[in-house]
Design a binder for this molecule. Sequence first.
Ligand code: FES
Length: 81
Amino acid sequence: MKIDITICLGSSCFSRGNKQTVQIIKNYLKTNQLEDKVLFHGNHCYGNCENGPILKVDGKEFQNILPENTIYLLDSIFKKD
Ligand code: FES
């Protein structure tokens, strides 16, 4: 089953970093040949803007995601072993 990554594209999260984070994730999936294993898509506001930017991985919510921390988070998901 594919890993489901959803990024909040609501205006608050989008303007505070998710605009760049979308590109970082896309590049990461491509570089690491993960595009077939991951369903990556955007979502509208989760109603949790104050803890944003928000990213969800298989329904688990990650808060305060910053573009500069995204690679670290992705590595922790995909490079466990
Ligand atoms: S814009 Fe992302 S939670 Fe509201």
